[in-house]
Design a protein around this ligand. Sequence first.
Ligand code: NZQ
Ligand code: ZN
Length: 394
Amino acid sequence: MNSFNFLSPTEFVFGKEREKECGKYVRKYGGSKVLIHYGSGSVIRSGLLDRVKQSLDAEDIPFVLLGGVMPNPRDVLVYEGIALCKKEKVDFILAVGGGSVIDSAKAIAMGIPYDGDFWDFYSGKAQIRSAVSVGTVLTIAAAGSEGSGDSVITKEEGMLKRGAGSEFIRPKFSVMNPELTCTLPAYQTACGATDIMAHVFERYFTNTTEVEITDRLCEAVLITMVKETPRVIADPNNYDARANIMWAGTVAHNGIVGVGREQDWNSHGIEHELSGLYDCAHGAGLAVIMPAWMEFVMHHNPMRFAQMANRVFGVPMNFENPEETAAKGIYAFRSFLRAIGMPINFEELGAREEDIPVLVEKFGLGEDGRTGGFVKLSSADVASIYKLAVKAKL
Ligand code: NZQ
Ligand code: ZN
């Protein structure tokens, strides 16, 4: 196991009706003027936005509103949010929604104290040195942004999707009421489940040895997702299954299952080009990319894939031929994705084979670059993974 520091100071406020307490938590973390940031309307329809406003009113905390965050959140609204917050002297941002709303809130938070263009943090030109505090009321179990120090924003010009990360943008608190996720369409639930599993896989496939504790934590999250996702798709109001998935989503991405081990993250980078170009859901893109990546890199360490196949999907271990077990595990993962309604190839996602050169170019490795923690991929490798994803079937 590698040496590590682990700091994940978000206060999670979990359970039924806990959104009624969000005003109290804004006060606890020093907010005196709040921006309530939200998406395209689900929080209005569900009545959640009204409950959040009432909770701030009860604490006498003034607020301004900015809705309209789209999935794959855009830079344009971030600029609007920064200007609004500066004008209104906002000192706390409350994101009410999913990963897109939270990521947009984090971008605004880092942009307020910065004199330059906030995009500098996403293009790698500048490091985040401070940010206004962020809190969240989560409405979908998926991205894990409620407990992460990351934000992913799409620059509308050129549809460039890029990430930025810093401890300064990790939420101070996150309210997590699993009931709020009952209104999700089955497709969004499944996209979220896929993303949660992908966050674990990015950490699970590692070259670091002797990591039994994090291997087992990863497997626990994956097994939970395999069990609970079909339950909520069959019965959207199943509170306990929703609750297990919601906490799994946080555990998968707040860092705890990845400590002390090298991580990969190529599937995410390869996927971000798809959701950047086609504006598809991140989880749907991962359903197409992640198994293709697995097929491409499996030979690097078949035993690790065989272990996953055996422990997560119950594939009997063939010690004589671990590659066979590994391949059956990838097949089981893809079958699971299909069963929960995810696309598994380019056509089902709405992606086009002829765009592969554009996707590879945007991925940005150039001729000699290589990236990844498990297997270092070149541009040609990335193109091969997209090609495997074009043809994928069961
Ligand atoms: O905008 P509204 O009307 O709220 O609708 C949303 C949106 O259309 C809807 N929704 C959310 N909660 C709902 C609901 N509909 C009904 N009932 C509810 N309770 O769901 C749609 C998708 O929402 P979105 O926030 O986009 O989903 P998600 O949480 O999956 O976030 C995806 C974004 O997060 C990024 C992704 O790349 C993508 O841009 N990621 C962020 C990460 C991070 N910050 O740590 C890590 C991830 O790997 C990921 O890259
Ligand atoms: Zn993700």
